[in-house]
Design a protein around this ligand. Structure first.
Ligand SMILES: *Cc1c(COP(=O)(O)O)cnc(C)c1O
Length: 446
């Protein structure tokens, strides 16, 4: 059967350098996926450097050409390693971090603290102290407990700490319940509608040790619509105008957070970065004009949209199981990874496409369910997908695996976390080696 390569590969979901070579192998960043698997083993996470840098540049260019003062902060929680952080640094991105662990990684890549924002809904005293002692650029205060803690620690260190206030604008971004953060019933941010955010502004403005530079909101992720950003900007600016009158707030900085989507499935394209940029920049300019506020510096915090498309997970096919009854036909094909390296399908019901990386277009099509190897029935990576027939030893690629896979990976079943390679112009560079049994045993007290 002649299958159009395009149809089986859905190139818009894969890294921009993706090709199929004359051996019918998937090629990423000029590297044959079968050779990558042979050299580095599987499961393997491959990041395409051209796609990564392209996304960094697109965010800077698309927002930069529509707004006078923008900084792009990569949200490290989406996936961070020293090697990736070096690239973000070269591309001139600021960062968001949510733990001292993320600090440690980006410091090792040579990041200095000024361009870093510290997020999280329960930053502890040790974390705040260390972040301030290090000279962190901004702390996004999330609740009253943190305001009091930060105030005390800044006083103790004799510092006037620049902070943002994370407000909850009560806007539903229509994404998964578990990744919705800007509604009233959320653990994140101080609600505007209850009057609590106004009280927080009053408290911070009264503090000699905290300097409130602006407001922050983050709605959730992934957000496939533009309108939630516009609504959140309207709500936050109306609040900022009220706070200017009541508490003398000068909103010199504003962040609409991150949440920009990437395409996971053939039929569900995400808005382009240009579309997000236009929606956000136009809304910020319009609201600033409406309330006669000076244009704040715009801090944009993409995580997923920077790394999602650049990452591809490679797995080797093992066992299979066929159920063929009048009520149920299903063929499970088991891969050598699964929920320990990508837990998103199990916790969010996330869906992915896949490709037969060792024979992208050859062989009869078969509907299969790609299962992981871990001891949970929910360890299914892709349910019911048509792929060229898979045999043991074949290679499967899952695209759009750059965000929140490695970052959420675990040692469940004492699995070893996979290696990560960076590919570019036919060269593959290991940026995180596969874990070993020594790594697993390192913390054991025997
Ligand atoms: C998670 C998070 C982001 C990034 O979200 P993405 O969906 O990965 O773009 C940005 N800002 C804050 C405060 C976050 O918590």
């Amino acid at each position: 059967m002649a299958i159009p390569r395009q149809a089986l590969l859905n190139l818009s979901i894969f890294p921009t350098t993706t090709l199929v070579n004359e051996r019918d192998h998937l090629v990423l960043g000029g590297c044959d996926a079968v050779e990558l698997a042979a050299r580095f083993g599987t499961p393997l996470y491959v990041f395409d450097e051209a796609t990564l840098r392209g996304q960094c540049r697109a965010f800077k260019a698309e927002f930069g050409q529509r707004y006078p003062d923008v900084s792009i902060h990569y949200a490290c929680k989406a996936t961070i390693t020293v090697g990736l952080a070096r690239i973000f640094k070269e591309e001139g991105l600021g960062l968001d971090v949510v733990s001292l662990g993320e600090f440690a990684i980006v410091r090792a890549a040579g990041y200095t603290p000024e361009g870093i924002v510290f997020h999280g809904n329960n930053k502890g005293p040790d974390e705040l102290r260390q972040a301030m002692a290090w000279g962190i650029g901004r702390i996004a205060l999330d609740n009253f407990h943190e305001i009091a803690l930060a105030e005390g620690i800044a006083a103790e260190l004799g510092r006037r700490q620049p902070v943002l206030l994370r407000v909850s604008p009560n806007v539903d971004p229509h994404t998964h319940e578990k990744t919705t953060t800007g509604v009233l019933d959320s653990k994140f941010g101080i609600p505007i509608t209850t009057g609590q955010a106004a009280e927080a502004v009053r408290l911070i403005q009264a503090s000699p040790h905290l300097e409130l530079t602006g407001l922050h909101c983050h709605l959730g992720s992934p957000i496939f619509e533009l309108e939630p950003y516009q609504t959140a900007i309207e709500v936050t600016f109306a609040f900022a105008a009220e706070m200017a009158r009541r508490h003398g707030l000068q909103m010199r900085e504003f962040s609409p957070g991150g949440g920009m989507a990437v395409q996971y499935l053939g039929p569900s394209p995400a808005p382009t970065i240009a579309q997000y940029a236009r929606a956000v920049c136009d809304a910020v300019k319009a609201e600033a004009a409406r309330w006669k506020l000076p244009l704040p510096r715009l801090m944009v915090e993409p995580g997923r949209a920077i790394v999602g498309q650049a990452g591809v997970a490679l797995y080797t096919v093992g066992a299979s199981k066929e159920i063929d009854t009048p009520q149920l036909q299903r063929k499970y094909v088991a891969l050598d990874g699964g929920m320990a390296d990508n837990i998103r399908p199990a916790i969010y019901g996330s869906r992915y496409e896949a490709a037969a990386a060792s024979h992208v277009t050859s062989g009869p099509l078969e509907k299969v369910t790609l299962a992981g190897k871990y001891c949970e029935s929910g360890d299914i990576l892709v349910k019911d997908i048509e792929l060229p027939r898979l045999a043991p030893g074949d290679l499967v690629a899952i695209p759009a695996s750059g965000a929140y896979c490695i970052a959420m990976s675990s040692n469940y079943n004492a699995a070893l976390k996979p290696a990560i390679v960076l590919v570019r112009d036919g060269q593959a560079r290991l940026i995180r080696r596969r874990e070993t049994f020594e790594d697993l045993l390192r913390c054991e007290v025997v």
